[in-house]
Design a protein around this ligand. Structure first.
Ligand code: ATP
Ligand code: MG
Length: 286
């Protein structure tokens, strides 16, 4: 078992973090598993819910997710208790995963005719009895019913943004969905955290995108950027997070630092509602 030195403050109540961006390949899964691992290595109890039929978060955490494994599909569609599908993550004490199997690909359609279709995940998390400090929900790259279930279940939206051209494209749609869910289904919901990923400090483009995101969003953007790192991209093929695969690498240290910011913000900052109206539209998203 790995254990990092020192511990971080633990939240008084479970923080449910929805990692979302309907743009594909921006680092949602990588961010989910590495933030979750960082917090668990610092003493927190953390559950990762894999809500993507691709099952990438399950793979990255070394969790078996072939078709017969009890999974989040059974929870959402069959009403199976979450506790019956959760598995401990090997090597990291305090880290758990509710895996996704390929069945979940059908759930988007099947949910349409299920009772209380938007709040199935909320109900499952609410009746989970084990104590947890954090729940991280890894969303698929879409804004369908799976992502809506995550937005109804969580209070905090974490948006990874890849530092490349078109980075902000589509973000307006995500923000509007957050507003809609907040208005109708979940008044607590807010964008708490924006994380710049795959940052390559040598390119002008990356720093331009970073400046643009920072000037638009301000305090929600973490100070730590996640660098582009080969070690980060290699880790999943070993069923590991970068925290255990190469603990001293820049990728590992940056996720630890981002996790520290999140843990400290949860304790020290009063949540300020996002003020999209005052900020004007996100460029390139209208
Ligand atoms: P999807 O929308 O398909 O779910 P995603 O948003 O979850 O994708 P990831 O799967 O986390 O994105 O990342 C996309 C690819 O980029 C993966 O191959 C991942 O290993 C790689 N990657 C993510 N972050 C980094 C990084 N900081 N440095 C290098 N490669 C990275
Ligand atoms: Mg993913």
């Amino acid at each position: 078992m790995y254990r990092a030195g020192g511990s971080l403050p633990r939240p008084e109540q479970t923080r449910v973090m929805v990692v979302a961006n309907q743009k594909g390949g921006v680092g949602k899964t990588t961010t989910t598993v590495n933030l979750a691992a960082s917090l668990a290595l610092h003493g927190a109890r953390v559950l990762v819910i894999d809500l993507d039929p691709q099952g990438n978060a399950s793979t990255a955490l070394g969790i078996d997710h072939h078709a017969e494994v009890p999974s989040i599909y059974d929870v959402l569609i069959e009403g199976k208790p979450l506790a019956e599908v959760v598995q401990p993550v090997r090597d990291i004490e305090g880290l758990f995963c509710a895996p996704a199997t390929i069945d979940l690909a059908g759930a988007e359609i099947e949910l349409v005719s299920v009772v209380a279709r938007e709040s199935r995940l909320l109900r499952a998390i609410s009746s989970y009895e084990q104590p947890l400090d954090y729940v991280f929900i890894d969303c698929p790259p879409s804004l369908g019913l799976l992502t809506v279930n995550a937005l109804v279940a969580g209070a905090e939206v974490v948006i990874p943004i890849q530092c490349e051209y078109y980075a902000l494209e589509g973000l307006g749609q995500l923000l509007r969905n957050v507003e809609l869910v907040r208005g109708h289904l979940n008044p607590e919901l807010h964008v708490s955290t924006i994380l710049l990923t795959m940052y390559d400090g040598r390119t002008r483009l990356a720093s331009q995108v970073a400046d643009e995101v920072r000037s638009h969003f301000g305090s929600e953007v973490l100070r730590t950027n996640i660098p582009r790192s080969v070690r980060i991209s290699e880790a999943p093929s070993y069923g590991q997070t970068v925290l255990t695969y190469d603990p001293g690498s820049s990728g590992s240290l940056s996720y630890l630092e981002a996790a520290r910011e999140i843990a400290l913000r949860g304790v020290t900052s009063q949540h300020v509602l996002p003020q999209q109206e005052q900020r004007g539209p996100v460029e390139g998203t209208q």
